[in-house]
Every structure is written in C-alpha cells, then in structure tokens.
Design a protein around this ligand. Sequence first.
Ligand SMILES: [Cu+2]
Length: 145
Amino acid sequence: MTNYLSKLLLTLSIVLISSKSFAANETIEMLNKMDNESMVYSKKVVRINVGDTVFWKATDKGHNVEFIKGGFPENVEKFKSKFNKDTEYTFTVPGIYAYWCTPHKSMGMIGFVVVGGDKSNLEAIKNINFSGKSKKIAPDLINSL
Ligand SMILES: [Cu+2]
C-alpha cells in the first residue's frame, strides 16, 4: 500500500510539474541580439489556437510587450507588460494581434500572433503606422500572416 501510494504521489507530482512547465503554447524570447539583428523577439510571427497562451521570456532586460492600438481585435482590452519582466497572455479572441516593445518600436522590435487562423482584421493591421526600421520590416511580415 505504501508503495502504491508513493507511486501515486510520484505520478501526481510529475503531472503537476509538467503541466506547469508546458502551460505556454509558444515561448518567445526578448533579446538584445539574435544573429545580426538587434532588439528583437526570437519569433516574429506565431500561430496559435484560441485559448492558447504565449509566454515572453525576458532573456535580456529592457524589453516589454505592448499591443499596438488598432492592431488587435475589437472588444479585446489593451495589454502592456512591465519592462524587464517575463510576461504571458492567453488569447481567447480570434484574430491578428500586432505588438511591439515600447522603447524599441522603431528599431524593428515587433511581433504578430495569429489566433485561430482568423485574419478578419488584416486591413486594420496593414493600416498600423509603424516607424523607423519597423516600417521597413512590417510589410513582409504582414504578407506572411
Ligand atoms: Cu525592446
């Protein structure tokens, strides 16, 4: 019986540990440098299902995640994470979400999440007024959505 109980406890703890570490469906690192790019999210486009969670890891400091005004579905509240902190967001409304890092939004630090394969707000995404390097890289990224 003791053996059975300890096995049960071990199984339970493994289940709990794995469900915790795999809570995020996508993990994106916030980086100062990746290959020859600087100030960058490790993945610029991710595709997820409705209800999935994206985890942004503050691998390097000085970054955050801010949903761009007009760059996410209507009836979704704006979202802005704290600098230097890991953050996560669970996407319950389908559509395209465009975000940037507040201090590096003109240095190309932008990203997109497509939720549930829904691109009904693509026109709004195309109308976002990016600046600097982001203005250069946004069109190709948006075309790839
Ligand atoms: Cu940044």
